[in-house]
Design a protein around this ligand. Structure first.
Ligand SMILES: NC(=O)c1ccc[n+]([C@@H]2O[C@H](COP(=O)([O-])OP(=O)(O)OC[C@H]3O[C@@H](n4cnc5c(N)ncnc54)[C@H](OP(=O)(O)O)[C@@H]3O)[C@@H](O)[C@H]2O)c1
Length: 249
């Protein structure tokens, strides 16, 4: 994939891996638009990177996704890359009562939004040069961490959906990538990590973004970053249950 001269929408681009990716792409002469729910985080990102375009949007809501796609297409008609990066992670204990809204919000943010946004941009991407959809899965999509069960299930589903989408679009110019990061030191699971007293905070978002950019440049359609490779490898070598027990012991 050509890494300059693109117009790129990164969902959840105001923090963590998304922001680090936005900065990588800005350095390479791309037009970058980020979206997120918190205006103050978007503003902070833009203050740091004045060339960044920001749009407030809650991608868990269908109507906001439709309006995001419309606004981006109208304001940035050259849009040719969608990076489905936004996501949330919740600890859910099924021995306690669980608010269905929490479940719906996590599935909508991590899975429905990625599927719907892909469908909204595909018709325009078909007319573009070098279009791409990049979906962010996770090592936890291959072997789950039981305390964040819905998160892991959505990431497993992203892996599955991305394979199907790639197959359906294989005769078009749209490239469909899956990037599977390992543990990254971001806000995503900081609370849960601290609560469990985890010492290994994972790699830095900037490091993860560099690996993603490298994979995109090399047209690696399914990139396993760092420890994510070990988790995927455990599944494919038949050691998934063993590693699952060790991780969740
Ligand atoms: N950190 C890890 O260990 C790790 C590992 C593997 C994969 N990943 C994946 O990498 C991606 C980025 O995560 P991160 O680690 O960089 O965490 P992060 O810093 O928390 O980034 C997530 C971003 O998504 C945005 N977001 C969440 N829900 C949204 C919604 N409904 N609408 C719009 N924006 C929303 C958040 O902004 P607002 O709250 O302002 O909306 C935030 O900027 C996620 O898909 C995550 O699952 C992370």
């Amino acid at each position: 994939m050509n890494l300059s001269g693109n117009t790129i929408l990164i969902t959840g681009g105001a923090t963590g891996i998304g922001l680090a990716l936005a900065e990588e792409f800005l350095q390479r002469e791309n037009e970058v638009i980020i979206c997120g729910r918190r205006q103050e985080k978007l503003q902070e990102a833009q203050d740091k990177n004045p060339k960044l375009h920001i749009l407030q949007c809650d991608i868990s809501r269908s109507r906001e996704r439709i309006s995001l796609a419309k606004t981006v297409t109208e304001k940035f008609p050259s849009i040719n890359i969608l990076i489905n990066n936004a996501g949330i992670q919740q600890e859910l204990n099924f021995l306690e009562e669980i608010d269905s809204e929490k479940i719906e919000n996590e599935v909508a943010s991590n899975l429905t939004a990625q599927i719907h946004l892909s469908s909204l941009f595909i018709p325009q991407f078909l007319k573009k040069e070098s279009p791409a959809i990049v979906n962010m899965s996770s090592g936890l999509g291959f072997i789950p961490l039981a305390i964040v069960p819905v998160y892991c299930a959505t990431k497993a589903a992203i892996h599955s959906f991305t394979m199907s989408l790639r197959k359906q679009l294989e005769k078009t110019s749209i490239k469909v990538f899956e990037m599977a990061p390992p543990t990254v030191d971001s806000d995503l699971d900081r609370g849960a990590r601290d609560k469990r007293g985890m010492v290994d905070k994972g790699i830095r978002p900037e490091e993860c973004a560099k690996e993603i950019v490298k994979a995109l440049e090399a047209n690696t359609m399914f990139a396993l970053i760092g420890q994510a490779e070990n988790l995927y490898g455990a599944v494919t070598s038949g050691k998934g249950e063993f590693v699952f027990e060790r991780m969740n012991g």
